[in-house]
Design a protein. Structure first.
Length: 286
Protein backbone atom coordinates (compact mmCIF):
# COMPACT_ATOMS: atom_id res chain seq x y z
CA UNK A 1 0.00 0.00 0.00
CA UNK A 2 1.44 3.44 -0.95
CA UNK A 3 2.02 5.95 1.84
CA UNK A 4 0.58 8.76 -0.29
CA UNK A 5 -1.96 8.26 -3.06
CA UNK A 6 -3.99 10.81 -4.98
CA UNK A 7 -6.96 9.80 -7.08
CA UNK A 8 -8.16 12.25 -9.76
CA UNK A 9 -7.04 15.09 -7.48
CA UNK A 10 -8.41 18.41 -8.69
CA UNK A 11 -8.23 21.85 -7.12
CA UNK A 12 -9.94 24.98 -8.37
CA UNK A 13 -9.31 28.34 -6.73
CA UNK A 14 -12.32 30.71 -6.45
CA UNK A 15 -14.73 28.30 -8.21
CA UNK A 16 -17.64 30.03 -9.89
CA UNK A 17 -16.10 33.47 -9.45
CA UNK A 18 -14.48 35.86 -11.92
CA UNK A 19 -11.00 34.74 -10.82
CA UNK A 20 -11.64 31.01 -11.07
CA UNK A 21 -8.41 29.14 -11.74
CA UNK A 22 -7.73 25.42 -12.01
CA UNK A 23 -4.45 24.67 -10.22
CA UNK A 24 -4.65 20.86 -10.33
CA UNK A 25 -6.59 18.62 -12.67
CA UNK A 26 -6.97 14.84 -12.44
CA UNK A 27 -3.66 14.15 -10.67
CA UNK A 28 -3.07 10.46 -9.97
CA UNK A 29 0.11 9.72 -8.03
CA UNK A 30 1.31 6.93 -5.73
CA UNK A 31 4.34 7.43 -3.48
CA UNK A 32 5.72 4.50 -1.53
CA UNK A 33 7.18 4.47 1.96
CA UNK A 34 10.85 5.49 1.92
CA UNK A 35 10.88 7.01 -1.57
CA UNK A 36 12.78 10.24 -2.23
CA UNK A 37 10.63 12.04 -4.80
CA UNK A 38 11.50 15.30 -6.53
CA UNK A 39 8.72 17.52 -7.88
CA UNK A 40 9.68 19.85 -10.72
CA UNK A 41 7.77 22.20 -12.97
CA UNK A 42 7.76 25.85 -13.94
CA UNK A 43 6.14 28.49 -11.72
CA UNK A 44 2.37 28.01 -11.62
CA UNK A 45 2.49 24.37 -12.69
CA UNK A 46 0.71 23.16 -9.54
CA UNK A 47 3.58 21.80 -7.40
CA UNK A 48 2.95 23.91 -4.30
CA UNK A 49 -0.81 23.45 -4.49
CA UNK A 50 -0.26 19.70 -4.75
CA UNK A 51 1.95 19.38 -1.66
CA UNK A 52 -0.49 21.43 0.44
CA UNK A 53 -3.07 18.69 -0.14
CA UNK A 54 -0.82 16.00 1.33
CA UNK A 55 -1.58 16.90 4.95
CA UNK A 56 -4.97 18.49 4.46
CA UNK A 57 -3.99 22.17 4.45
CA UNK A 58 -5.93 22.37 1.20
CA UNK A 59 -8.94 20.17 0.48
CA UNK A 60 -9.65 18.83 -3.01
CA UNK A 61 -12.29 20.36 -5.24
CA UNK A 62 -12.52 16.91 -6.77
CA UNK A 63 -10.90 13.52 -6.22
CA UNK A 64 -9.21 12.53 -3.00
CA UNK A 65 -5.92 12.15 -1.13
CA UNK A 66 -5.17 8.94 0.77
CA UNK A 67 -2.66 8.68 3.61
CA UNK A 68 -1.84 5.05 4.43
CA UNK A 69 -5.06 4.10 2.65
CA UNK A 70 -7.36 6.52 4.52
CA UNK A 71 -9.02 9.51 2.88
CA UNK A 72 -7.77 12.75 4.42
CA UNK A 73 -11.32 14.05 4.11
CA UNK A 74 -12.55 11.38 6.52
CA UNK A 75 -12.78 13.84 9.42
CA UNK A 76 -11.20 16.95 10.96
CA UNK A 77 -9.68 14.71 13.61
CA UNK A 78 -7.92 12.57 11.03
CA UNK A 79 -6.61 15.66 9.19
CA UNK A 80 -5.26 17.00 12.48
CA UNK A 81 -3.44 13.72 13.11
CA UNK A 82 -2.19 13.67 9.52
CA UNK A 83 -0.32 16.94 10.05
CA UNK A 84 1.97 15.17 12.50
CA UNK A 85 2.51 12.29 10.05
CA UNK A 86 3.10 14.50 7.00
CA UNK A 87 5.44 17.36 7.89
CA UNK A 88 5.33 20.28 5.47
CA UNK A 89 8.17 22.81 5.25
CA UNK A 90 7.06 25.85 3.28
CA UNK A 91 9.26 27.96 1.03
CA UNK A 92 11.18 30.48 3.18
CA UNK A 93 10.08 28.71 6.38
CA UNK A 94 12.15 31.07 8.54
CA UNK A 95 9.36 33.62 8.18
CA UNK A 96 7.21 31.27 10.27
CA UNK A 97 9.53 31.37 13.29
CA UNK A 98 7.69 33.10 16.12
CA UNK A 99 8.73 31.72 19.53
CA UNK A 100 11.00 33.49 22.02
CA UNK A 101 13.85 30.99 21.65
CA UNK A 102 15.19 28.49 19.13
CA UNK A 103 14.42 25.66 21.56
CA UNK A 104 10.79 26.70 21.93
CA UNK A 105 10.38 27.00 18.17
CA UNK A 106 11.73 23.52 17.50
CA UNK A 107 9.59 22.09 20.32
CA UNK A 108 6.34 23.68 19.11
CA UNK A 109 5.18 20.64 17.12
CA UNK A 110 6.01 18.03 19.77
CA UNK A 111 4.29 20.18 22.42
CA UNK A 112 1.12 20.15 20.33
CA UNK A 113 1.41 16.37 20.17
CA UNK A 114 0.97 16.40 23.98
CA UNK A 115 4.26 14.56 24.56
CA UNK A 116 6.06 14.51 27.91
CA UNK A 117 8.73 17.13 28.60
CA UNK A 118 11.37 14.42 28.48
CA UNK A 119 10.21 13.15 25.07
CA UNK A 120 9.98 16.70 23.75
CA UNK A 121 13.55 17.37 24.85
CA UNK A 122 14.78 14.19 23.16
CA UNK A 123 13.07 15.13 19.92
CA UNK A 124 14.31 18.73 19.93
CA UNK A 125 17.92 17.66 20.38
CA UNK A 126 17.57 14.87 17.82
CA UNK A 127 16.04 17.19 15.20
CA UNK A 128 18.60 19.91 15.87
CA UNK A 129 21.35 17.36 15.39
CA UNK A 130 19.95 16.24 12.03
CA UNK A 131 19.98 19.75 10.58
CA UNK A 132 23.07 21.14 12.28
CA UNK A 133 21.51 23.51 14.81
CA UNK A 134 24.05 23.69 17.69
CA UNK A 135 22.65 23.40 21.21
CA UNK A 136 24.53 26.54 22.28
CA UNK A 137 22.04 28.67 20.33
CA UNK A 138 18.94 27.02 21.86
CA UNK A 139 18.26 30.00 24.14
CA UNK A 140 18.81 32.61 21.45
CA UNK A 141 15.93 34.41 19.77
CA UNK A 142 15.36 33.13 16.22
CA UNK A 143 15.60 36.78 15.14
CA UNK A 144 19.30 36.77 16.09
CA UNK A 145 20.16 33.94 13.74
CA UNK A 146 21.67 34.03 10.26
CA UNK A 147 19.47 33.16 7.29
CA UNK A 148 20.89 29.64 7.09
CA UNK A 149 20.42 29.02 10.83
CA UNK A 150 16.82 30.23 10.63
CA UNK A 151 16.17 27.82 7.76
CA UNK A 152 17.66 24.93 9.73
CA UNK A 153 15.65 25.82 12.83
CA UNK A 154 12.41 25.86 10.85
CA UNK A 155 13.17 22.48 9.25
CA UNK A 156 14.14 21.06 12.66
CA UNK A 157 10.74 22.13 13.99
CA UNK A 158 9.05 19.86 11.44
CA UNK A 159 11.52 16.99 11.84
CA UNK A 160 10.97 17.06 15.63
CA UNK A 161 7.49 15.65 15.00
CA UNK A 162 9.16 12.60 13.39
CA UNK A 163 6.88 12.68 10.36
CA UNK A 164 6.48 9.57 8.23
CA UNK A 165 6.53 11.89 5.21
CA UNK A 166 8.71 15.02 5.01
CA UNK A 167 7.57 17.50 2.36
CA UNK A 168 9.82 20.46 1.52
CA UNK A 169 8.85 23.27 -0.85
CA UNK A 170 12.02 24.88 -2.22
CA UNK A 171 14.05 24.43 0.99
CA UNK A 172 17.21 25.93 -0.52
CA UNK A 173 15.60 29.04 -2.08
CA UNK A 174 17.71 32.14 -1.49
CA UNK A 175 20.66 30.31 0.07
CA UNK A 176 24.24 30.50 -1.17
CA UNK A 177 25.77 27.36 -2.78
CA UNK A 178 27.39 26.22 0.47
CA UNK A 179 24.12 26.66 2.36
CA UNK A 180 22.20 24.78 -0.35
CA UNK A 181 24.61 21.87 -0.29
CA UNK A 182 24.48 21.65 3.50
CA UNK A 183 20.66 21.69 3.68
CA UNK A 184 20.34 19.03 0.99
CA UNK A 185 22.84 16.81 2.80
CA UNK A 186 20.86 17.26 6.03
CA UNK A 187 17.66 16.17 4.28
CA UNK A 188 19.34 13.19 2.63
CA UNK A 189 20.92 12.11 5.93
CA UNK A 190 17.55 12.39 7.70
CA UNK A 191 15.92 10.13 5.14
CA UNK A 192 18.70 7.54 5.34
CA UNK A 193 18.61 7.52 9.15
CA UNK A 194 14.83 7.29 9.53
CA UNK A 195 13.52 5.64 6.38
CA UNK A 196 11.03 8.51 5.99
CA UNK A 197 9.43 9.34 2.67
CA UNK A 198 10.78 12.65 1.34
CA UNK A 199 9.03 14.83 -1.23
CA UNK A 200 11.15 17.76 -2.41
CA UNK A 201 9.95 20.62 -4.61
CA UNK A 202 12.79 22.37 -6.43
CA UNK A 203 13.57 24.55 -9.42
CA UNK A 204 17.20 23.41 -9.41
CA UNK A 205 17.70 20.57 -11.85
CA UNK A 206 21.23 20.02 -10.54
CA UNK A 207 20.12 19.69 -6.92
CA UNK A 208 17.21 17.40 -7.55
CA UNK A 209 19.17 15.21 -9.97
CA UNK A 210 21.72 14.41 -7.28
CA UNK A 211 19.42 13.34 -4.46
CA UNK A 212 16.02 12.20 -5.74
CA UNK A 213 15.22 8.59 -6.69
CA UNK A 214 12.20 9.58 -8.75
CA UNK A 215 11.05 12.77 -10.48
CA UNK A 216 7.48 13.89 -11.08
CA UNK A 217 7.08 16.72 -13.57
CA UNK A 218 4.08 19.05 -13.36
CA UNK A 219 2.78 21.15 -16.22
CA UNK A 220 -0.47 23.09 -16.31
CA UNK A 221 -1.77 21.46 -13.14
CA UNK A 222 -1.23 17.89 -14.35
CA UNK A 223 1.55 15.30 -14.24
CA UNK A 224 3.27 15.13 -17.61
CA UNK A 225 6.30 12.96 -16.74
CA UNK A 226 7.09 10.50 -13.96
CA UNK A 227 10.18 8.34 -13.72
CA UNK A 228 13.75 7.95 -12.57
CA UNK A 229 16.07 10.94 -13.10
CA UNK A 230 17.89 9.28 -16.00
CA UNK A 231 14.56 8.68 -17.75
CA UNK A 232 13.33 12.22 -17.25
CA UNK A 233 16.55 14.03 -18.16
CA UNK A 234 17.16 11.87 -21.22
CA UNK A 235 14.13 13.59 -22.78
CA UNK A 236 15.59 17.10 -22.76
CA UNK A 237 13.48 18.19 -25.72
CA UNK A 238 10.22 17.47 -23.90
CA UNK A 239 11.41 19.23 -20.73
CA UNK A 240 12.37 22.31 -22.69
CA UNK A 241 9.01 22.31 -24.47
CA UNK A 242 7.31 22.94 -21.10
CA UNK A 243 9.75 25.63 -19.99
CA UNK A 244 12.21 23.50 -18.01
CA UNK A 245 15.86 22.73 -18.50
CA UNK A 246 18.19 19.84 -17.80
CA UNK A 247 21.26 19.81 -15.54
CA UNK A 248 24.29 21.47 -17.14
CA UNK A 249 26.10 18.13 -16.92
CA UNK A 250 23.41 16.53 -19.10
CA UNK A 251 24.01 19.17 -21.77
CA UNK A 252 27.77 18.64 -21.59
CA UNK A 253 27.32 14.89 -22.02
CA UNK A 254 25.08 15.48 -25.04
CA UNK A 255 27.69 17.79 -26.62
CA UNK A 256 30.36 15.14 -26.06
CA UNK A 257 28.20 12.55 -27.82
CA UNK A 258 27.88 14.97 -30.77
CA UNK A 259 31.70 14.95 -30.86
CA UNK A 260 31.57 11.13 -30.96
CA UNK A 261 32.73 10.68 -27.38
CA UNK A 262 30.69 7.63 -26.26
CA UNK A 263 29.38 8.83 -22.90
CA UNK A 264 25.92 7.91 -21.61
CA UNK A 265 23.24 10.38 -20.55
CA UNK A 266 24.59 11.85 -17.30
CA UNK A 267 22.81 14.13 -14.87
CA UNK A 268 25.39 14.55 -12.09
CA UNK A 269 29.04 15.61 -12.10
CA UNK A 270 30.02 12.31 -10.47
CA UNK A 271 28.38 10.29 -13.27
CA UNK A 272 30.13 12.23 -16.02
CA UNK A 273 33.47 12.02 -14.19
CA UNK A 274 33.13 8.25 -13.78
CA UNK A 275 32.13 7.82 -17.43
CA UNK A 276 35.18 9.77 -18.65
CA UNK A 277 37.53 7.90 -16.31
CA UNK A 278 36.13 4.60 -17.60
CA UNK A 279 36.65 5.67 -21.20
CA UNK A 280 40.22 6.70 -20.46
CA UNK A 281 40.94 3.32 -18.89
CA UNK A 282 39.49 1.61 -21.95
CA UNK A 283 41.66 3.77 -24.21
CA UNK A 284 38.77 5.54 -25.90
CA UNK A 285 39.35 9.15 -27.04
CA UNK A 286 37.99 11.66 -24.51
Amino acid sequence: MPTIKTEALTHVYSPGGPFESTALENVNIEIAQGEFVGLIGHTGSGKSTFVQHLNGLLLPTGGRVLLDGTDLNLSKKFRHEARFKVGLVFQYPEYQLFEETVYKDISFGPRNMKLSKQEIDVRVREAAGFVGVPEEIFEKSPLELSGGQKRRTAIAGVIAMRPEVLVLDEPTAGLDPEGCESILKNISDYRKATGATVILVSHSMEDIARIADRLIVFDGGSVCMDGRPEEIFSDAQRLRSIGLDVPIVTDIAAKLRELRVPVPCCYTVAQLRDALISLKKEGAPC
